[in-house]
Design a protein around this ligand. Structure first.
Ligand SMILES: [Ca+2]
Length: 132
């Protein structure tokens, strides 16, 4: 029993060491993990929805080119939510009214069930996400 306990302890210790070993500089992590926003055409994250992945600080420049899930997404987004890939890193996504991440903007750090309340319903044309 004591030997088994020692073995378990050794396994936990080695697992912990392994976790420490795989830690990398933040810049490397930011490159590896994409940031994701889910956008829906109806209120409350319902109706037709789609997801966009961007690199950190990368702009998805033109929702007219986003043809999956029902085609044209330009000026169609009514609810949206960021999707954290990593629990220990926070990021935000900013919706923009115009092409190439320009124009009026709205930054999301979580879910927005009704973009009408932010005066941003059916307005988004591009998006940029970044760690903060
Ligand atoms: Ca627009």
């Amino acid at each position: 029993m004591r030997a088994a306990f020692s073995l378990i302890f050794a396994l936990i210790a080695s697992a912990t060491a392994a976790v420490i070993e795989v830690r990398e500089p933040a810049a490397t992590l930011e490159k590896r993990y994409e940031l994701r926003i889910v956008m829906c055409k109806d209120l409350n994250m319902k109706g037709i929805c789609t997801a966009i992945n961007t690199a950190n600080d990368g702009c998805y420049a033109d929702f007219r080119l986003l043809t999956q899930q029902g085609g044209n997404w330009n000026d169609q987004v009514t609810s949206a939510s960021i999707v954290p890939e990593m629990k220990d890193r926070r990021f935000s996504c900013t919706l923009y009214a115009d092409l190439n991440c320009t124009g009026r903007s709205l930054t999301l750090t979580g879910v927005e069930y009704d973009l009408r309340t932010k005066n941003f319903n059916d307005i988004a044309t591009s998006v940029k996400c970044r760690f903060y």
